[in-house]
Ligand binder design. Structure first.
Ligand code: GLN
Length: 484
């Protein structure tokens, strides 16, 4: 087996036992990138020399951390000291981050090698990675199709074996949906489980960082590294961090798994429905009990999200004014002209649309009708989940209503694009955790991955990883790789 096909846990073990060196691992991935990156275009920046240097250093140390010498890619929204961080926006062109994000510090402490920066939708706004100001990333399973978004570069890089694992961020589905569409494993931790320090903020009450990996075990290993209280993020949770790999093998016998009535609706791709229902059937065979549940406010989730997320984005993105970061409009005639033209020229259309929407829903006269109402709806959505988790240990749903769509298919219709997140958005509004794992293919001979979403209660990561691992081990879909 070639080195680039290893999983993160296999590579970590091989490096620990000195069967391979970190330098060999990095070289194998750089060679793989050279071959497939012209087709996939997952990366905005590859740390070629720096990654080799990091690997050499790791090879000279005695292995300590769980990720010693293991190369990992980062979504281009996470700060690494001395590296560019564009958020796939023109407005951050030329900006170099002055410090490491906490997740980056934790990766370094665990011994990881930082491989490069993955493409994304501009400021994480989108579901297809087509909103990147720099390039469109392609789905490794079908190069005519999108990889999902906004962490589309991270998902495509993992699926194309260009890295062993990648970090993404999930505000309304941006880890789970691209994982589903690219056939990898994507975990959104409970809000507060992972520090957001050094993550460029989109919607601060919804954003979480999490891993995209080839297997469920790899996801658990990375979650262990990333989780925990950070004094630099006051929303990070003080709760103790369990070793999530311990729960993986416990199986699902006797567990209660909820199927929400509202998530199997008209409009869903029939092949996705067939594949997901078959996955549910597997759980019955493995000894789990399937219970029907209801999440009655599901229908309001997309609207609620697009009020709250845009409101928060309009405030967070006010800092990009041409004075402090990156791009600045040429020859300003005054301060207002500088602000206005920098933002007009620096932001793409989707980002502008969100800033305008968000400013509107927060403006006096409309605040109560939109923002306040959305907050109330959010409470109802959160309560739906609290009640559901009294009846079951985890919830099974499709991750995305359709498999990967064609590049350009939805770019002219923002509402269609927003609906791609219909099954993932409520998770973020409720602050709970979720994972997407491969569960089969749609598209006939043109194999298009389908994702199964497993949702858990607040801090229920061990439960969803256990359910996910039981399914993965029983079925083996994760072993399928795209032909590139
Ligand atoms: N697709 C959703 C949006 O466009 C979610 C994005 C995300 O999770 N970052 O906002």
């Amino acid at each position: 087996m070639s080195l680039h096909s290893l999983t993160l846990s296999q590579a970590a073990e091989a490096i620990r036992k000195k069967e391979i060196s970190s330098a060999e691992m990095v070289d194998a991935l750089l060679a793989r990138m050279e071959r497939v990156e012209p087709k996939v275009r997952a990366f905005l920046h590859i740390n070629t020399d720096d990654a080799r240097e990091q690997a050499r250093r790791r090879d000279s140390e005695s292995p300590q951390g769980a990720l010693h010498g293991v190369p990992v890619a980062l979504k281009d929204i996470l700060s690494v000291k001395g590296q560019p961080c564009t958020c796939a926006s023109k407005i951050l062109k030329g900006y170099v981050a002055p410090y490491d994000a906490t997740v980056v510090t934790r990766l370094r402490e665990a011994g990881a090698v930082l491989l490069g920066r993955a493409n994304m939708d501009e400021f994480a706004m989108g579901s297809s990675t087509e909103n990147s100001a720099y390039q469109a990333t392609r789905n490794p399973w079908d190069l005519e199709r999108i990889p999902g978004g906004s962490s589309g570069g991270s998902a495509a890089a993992v699926a194309a074996d260009e890295c062993l694992a990648a970090l993404g961020t999930d505000t309304g589905g941006s880890i789970r949906q691209p994982a589903a569409l690219c056939g990898c494993v994507g975990l959104k931790p409970t809000y507060g489980r992972v520090s957001r320090y050094g993550l460029v903020a989109f919607a601060s009450s919804l954003d979480q960082i999490g891993p995209l990996t080839k297997t469920v075990r790899d996801s658990a290993i990375l979650l262990n590294v990333l989780s925990g209280r950070d004094p630099r993020d006051s929303t990070s949770l003080p709760d103790p961090v369990p070793d999530c790999t311990q729960a993986l093998e416990k199986g699902v016998k006797g567990m209660k798994l909820g199927l929400p009535r509202e998530y199997f609706v008209k409009g869903m791709d029939p092949e996705v429905e067939r594949v997901v229902r078959a996955a549910v059937g597997e759980f019955t065979k493995m000894g789990a009990e399937i219970v029907e549940i209801s999440l009655p406010h599901t229908g309001h989730a997309v609207a609620t999200y697009y009020v709250i997320a845009t409101a928060e984005a309009s405030a967070n993105l006010a800092r990009f004014d041409g004075v402090r970061y990156g791009f600045r409009a040429k020859d300003p005639t005054g301060l207002l002209d500088l602000y206005g033209r920098t933002r007009a020229e620096g932001f793409g259309n989707e980002v502008k649309r969100r800033i305008i929407l968000g400013t509107y829903v927060l403006s006096s006269g409309y605040y109560d009708a939109y923002y306040l109402r959305a907050q109330k709806a959010r409470t109802l959505i959160r309560r739906d989940f609290e009640q559901a988790f009294q009846k079951c240990d985890a919830i099974l749903t499709p991750t995305s209503p359709t498999p990967a769509f064609k590049i350009g298919e939805k770019t002219t219709d923002p509402l269609q694009m927003y609906l791609a997140d219909i099954f993932t958005i409520a998770t973020n509004l409720a602050g709970i955790c979720g994972i997407s794992i491969p569960c089969g293919f749609a598209g006939g001979a043109n194999k298009l991955p389908v994702g199964l979403q497993i949702l858990g209660p607040s801090l229920g990561e061990e439960a969803i990883l256990r359910v996910a691992n039981a399914y993965e081990q029983n079925t083996g879909w994760h072993k399928e790789r795209p032909q590139l």
